[in-house]
Design a protein around this ligand. Sequence first.
Ligand code: SF4
Length: 334
Amino acid sequence: MVLDTLGRPVHDLRISVTDRCNFRCTYCMPASIFDKDYEFLAREQLLTFEEITRVARAFVGLGVSKIRLTGGEPLMRRGIENLIAMLAEIPGVDDLTLTTNASLLARRAHRLAAAGLDRVTVSLDSLDDTVFRAMNDVGFPVADVLEGIEAADEAGLAPIKINCVVIRGVNDHTIVPMAEHFRRSGHIVRFIEYMDVGTTNGWCLDDVVPAAEIISRIGEVHPVAPVEPNYVGEVANRYRYTDGWGEFGVIASVTQPFCGDCSRVRLSAEGSIYTCLFASAGTDLRGPIRDGVSDAELEQRVAAVWSRRADRYSERRSEVTFRRRKVEMSYIGG
Ligand code: SF4
């Protein structure tokens, strides 16, 4: 078990398998920046599945037990089921999950489950079709995402978490319908405060709907009560409906930062480690791996990176930090 400079262990490895996505969500990958001339990573720049699995093994050796596959859109990486099968074989991985926009999920859910995936998290920012199409900025319909959620449920990739980024004046008027739609479904909606990830989404504090306001809006219609976290370092604050019909979560990185228990590390598709979602730089592993580093040396390298870690961006967010160059979320995954 290796601890960082704030005594935090590493439990949760998030692996971005591609920087590409078929959506252009305005808060993550604005179309004006990620346009037809944008240079995405070339195939040879991406870590191979074997290389990803080696890095994952190194982190499991240091205490990681949860692996989340992300992107861009991870289902756009060809043959990802093979990677899932390789990661599922690593002793010590007891939670293998994937975050997707569900555009390809309906067709792939059963194959993902058969490969060894445990669960999925689906991004869905509104049930209002006009609002959702505008937010994903490619006109993708709500109905197809719901079909993907249903297929994942049938394939046993549950409990399904549904991530909903809330932006004032954009989709905040659809928070309560979203909560109502899923509260009897067994699926768990997590309402996410809009964050200043990367440097391209034009974030400003006025557009943030604080967690407290989200909870009170839902609570006005369906009384809720807080619930203990499932584990130390859980990202979402949990709330249950007092009538017994399910729960939801809020991820309050802006108004209630949770860096104190943060045990997450991210691997970019290009093979660099990032110790914070709001990092400005990462540590390259692809070079050493392709230069023939041994598994033991690889583990020492990632241990060294983690033991030097001191990140707590959300606790120190300010006008100054906000303007700092930060890695794009679409490059390292949420
Ligand atoms: S801001 Fe960085 S350190 Fe804080 S919770 Fe998020 S990823 Fe962890």
